[in-house]
Design a protein around this ligand. Structure first.
Ligand code: 26V
Length: 803
């Protein structure tokens, strides 16, 4: 469509004038973004239509990835790269005096996710398309994504986010594919033609409208679809207050829920989950039937992946469709369902495992509840046969117990595959958290270590480093990220390491410039950039980091000759609005930052930057500038982590615990490629099971620990006594559930070591390069390849019709 830059310029100018109704001189960056966005979407259209056609006519199995979150971020530049038109567009725009970066700024982040789980789904979409796999995403088009974070006086303030305010250039609304979703009402059963049938009566219907977003593979003509559903009032509301009905209906897809510890029992969240599942399954069944499928062969042609338990109602919903619509017997329907659904678990934290009270669930979804009850009864009967008399075990494993529906139990019982997201995590699932289930269904459990798309996190986010790599080893790594390993041939190449150093330095300067512009803080780009970016949770231990910074401050106070290589500690984190403790930690980081910035000696070597409103696009700026990657969760608690992989791929060296995928990073880079500290998962779990950890002992017996902990409340920090008492209490009286004090000394020691190695430039750079070289394994292309082969049984479908 625009094969050379002059052609592009002409088309762009024409489109710009047509869309904006202004002469070129009058147009603004947003006009430019909208015009380019529409052009690119049109550019994708033919391949999109052809990919869909290819999938429709092929006999290949299709996979549907159901996820309550897709954290896409910005997509313009990724699309330009994947379509192979980046250079033409960038140069063409530049001729017109428009920097592409300015235009990218105009695109809002699609922030339809909280963190790792949602971003993983987005990375998977990129890999599916780039591997030409028939994989389709199904999610929710929230009108407001994750809140916008403002920091006011050191406190987090949440503002509603408005990513759709100028319209969304990438989506296509498909009115003709709308479906109706029933809620409430009652179920009547009838005996017809010798079988029991069920009708859902007096239901209140909500219309689900699909908005399709194209996902272009990397230079391969494949364009897959991410379908996001939006709730609207049905045209046929049954005799009630129309305005109230409209409001209640639209509320279903109004907001993304934060991963809040206190959201249990929120009926709107349950509505969202069923809405996603029911709409997606309607569309999946329709596509399958259109491909002239026979319903009995469904499981051979369709795979439905549920990303965590949020879409687990896909199990009873598919049962309902097969029984009530296709008149299959329970056994036939169960056979198909349990061969179609596969499930990924993303956390072992018990507070994050979903449970729904029956009294909320049953009236909202009466037919689905009946099916869940039946699944539970049959499941318990099977358990009884396997473990006669073992009531305790059966009660532990039941899907419904104590009037609660346990969504993870339903997921395991109704799917053919259950996977964890890193080796350690899967082992913990098998041996501990889900041990009963693993004993009963050993064949269902498997591991799929997470990955990230190297096309966004290296090629797009770090073009300078990407060029250096391509100059050294050619550009095949973009198709086969394992090839990055060839960089290991440069580990002792001084000239190459120099170039690596310069690129990192340049990105640090760029980031420093940004911080100056946005936060009016001057940071030293020659200092070590020590980066801790992720959701704020107690188990991720941002607290350990900030307490350690307080300890460094104390050392500087005590000994003015204490030599410490200057460091900039960079934090980025959002706390769930209802997560009181996490918000206290944000305030603590700011309070300490303020204290240090007022000390003329300390501020020479310690700076703390809290980047406001951490999100995908900000991550893309921070990660290429990072020297140190903080991955310091309490061992056993972080299922995988994916920020660890992004930072590694950009040459940051990890300071981390043996947790999640850190363990596998350690296995790749070896002892000399990573700074490991702290308790192991086994030790943490042993303490938790058998006791034996008394945080008060660490507090009382280690002078420097006692000092920083006391400083939380003794007037060292302004308002400390009122502000930070809950943190103090959690550490001392609450016995420090996340072993912050237990790991403190080990953390301080490894941080000191990291600082020393950083100063041995060649050693450090070699370490950094080693991380890049061994990061290919953590590409989501590898992960998705394994899902495709080992779980889904799907194969590439090249788009032969591609233009
Ligand atoms: C939710 C909650 C809610 C209650 C408070 C505690 C808590 C802790 C964690 C979560 C998140 C659960 C699901 C999730 O996002 N898991 C993340 O999934 C990533 C992708 O697999 C993985 O890399 C992260 O380690 C994992 O935390």
């Amino acid at each position: 469509m625009f094969s050379d830059r002059d052609e592009f310029k002409l088309a762009f100018l024409k489109r710009l004038e047509m869309m904006s109704g202004k002469g070129f001189q009058e147009t603004n960056p947003n006009d430019h973004f909208m015009a380019l966005g529409h052009m690119v979407r049109e550019h994708i259209s033919m391949d999109w239509i052809n990919s869909n056609e290819q999938y429709r006519i092929s006999k290949n199995k299709q996979v549907y990835y159901l996820s309550i979150e897709f954290l896409l971020g910005k997509v313009l530049v990724q699309n330009l790269l994947n379509l192979g038109i980046y250079d033409v567009v960038k140069e063409g725009l530049s001729d017109l005096g428009i920097p592409l970066e300015e235009l990218e700024e105009m695109e809002p982040d699609a922030g339809l996710g909280n963190g790792g789980l949602g971003r993983l789904a987005a990375c998977f979409m990129d890999s599916l398309a780039s591997l030409q796999l028939p994989g389709h995403g199904c999610g929710i088009r929230y009108r407001h994504g994750l809140f916008e974070q403002k920091i006011v006086d050191g406190y987090q303030v949440e503002l509603p986010e408005h990513w759709l305010k100028n319209g969304h250039v990438w989506e296509v609304r498909k009115n003709d594919l709308a479906v109706e979703i029933p809620f409430w009402g009652r179920v009547e059963s009838h005996f017809r033609d010798g079988r029991l049938t069920f009708s859902h009566l007096d239901a209140e219907y909500v219309t689900a409208i699909p908005y399709d977003v194209p996902v272009a593979g990397y230079k391969n003509g494949t364009v897959n679809t991410l379908r996001l559903w939006s709730a609207e009032a049905s045209p046929y509301p049954a005799g009630r207050d129309i305005l109230k009905y409209k409001r209640e209906t639209e509320a279903i897809t109004e907001f993304l829920y934060p991963d809040d510890a206190h959201d249990e029992g929120k009926i709107l969240r349950l509505k969202q989950q069923y809405f996603l599942v029911s709409a997606s399954l309607s569309a999946i069944i329709k596509q399958y039937i259109d491909r002239k499928g026979v319903i009995n062969d469904f499981a051979d042609h369709v795979c439905i992946h549920i990303n965590d338990t949020h879409p687990v109602l896909a199990i009873p919903e598919l049962m309902r469709i097969l029984i009530d619509r296709f008149s299959l017997s329970w056994e036939e329907a169960w056979d198909i369902t349990s061969k179609t659904i596969c499930y990924t678990n993303h956390t072992t934290l018990s507070e994050a495992l979903e449970k729904w009270p029956v009294h909320l669930f049953k009236p909202l979804l009466p037919r689905i509840f009946m099916i869940v009850e039946e699944i539970n009864e049959r499941f318990c009967k099977e358990l009884w046969e396997a473990y006669p008399g073992d009531w305790e075990r059966i009660e532990r494993m039941a899907i419904i117990s104590h009037s609660q529906i346990k969504m993870a139990h339903l997921a395991i019982a109704g799917s053919f595959s259950v996977n964890g997201v890193a080796h350690l995590h899967t082992e913990i699932l098998k041996e501990r958290e889900m041990n009963d289930f693993h004993q009963f269904y050993p064949f269902k459990f498997n591991n799929k270590t997470n990955g990230i798309t190297h096309r966004r996190w290296l090629l797009k986010a770090n073009p300078e480093l990407s060029s250096l790599i391509s100059n050294a080893i050619g550009d095949q790594w973009i198709h086969h990220p394992d090839e990055l390993e060839r960089l290991s041939g440069f580990l002792n190449d001084g000239a190459f390491l120099q170039q690596l150093d310069m690129i990192k330095q340049k990105r640090k300067e760029q980031f420093a410039k940004r911080i100056w512009e946005k936060q009016q803080i001057a940071i030293d780009p020659t200092s070590i950039f020590d980066v801790h970016i992720k959701r704020l949770h107690a188990y991720k231990r941002q607290l350990l980091n900030i307490l350690h910074i307080m300890h460094l401050y104390n050392r500087i106070q005590d000994d003015r000759s204490f030599k410490f290589y200057p460091r900039t500690f960079i934090f980025g984190a959002k706390a769930s609005p209802g997560y009181y403790y996490a918000k206290k930690i944000i305030k603590l980081i700011h309070t300490v930052a303020d204290k240090i910035s007022r000390d003329p000696v300390a501020r020479e070597c310690i700076q703390i930057i809290f980047t406001e409103n951490y999100r995908v696009s900000l991550a893309e700026e921070i990660i290429p500038a990072a020297d140190i990657s903080e991955q310091i969760s309490t061992a056993s608690k972080e299922a995988s982590g994916t920020g660890n992989m992004k930072l590694m791929m950009n040459g940051a060296v990890t300071v981390g615990t043996m947790d999640g995928a850190n363990v596998e990073i350690y296995e790749k880079v070896g002892t000399n490629g990573i700074f490991i500290f702290g308790l192991t998962a086994e030790e943490v779990l042993r303490y938790q099971q058998q006791g034996g950890y008394h945080s008060a002992e660490y507090y009382h017996h280690h002078e420097e620990i006692k000092r920083v902990v006391d400083q939380l409340v003794d007037g060292f920090l302004p308002d400390g006594a009122e502000e930070f008492l809950p943190i103090f209490d959690s550490l001392v009286d609450g016995n420090d559930q996340y072993f912050v004090l237990r790991d403190f000394a080990s953390y301080a020691a490894i941080q000191e070591k990291a600082g020393e190695v950083y100063q041995k430039r060649d050693e450090w750079l070699s370490m950094s390069l080693k991380n890049i070289a061994y990061s290919g394994y953590f590409s989501s292309d590898r992960t998705i390849g394994q899902y495709a082969e080992e779980i889904w049984g799907i194969h590439p479908v090249p788009n032969f019709l591609a233009k």
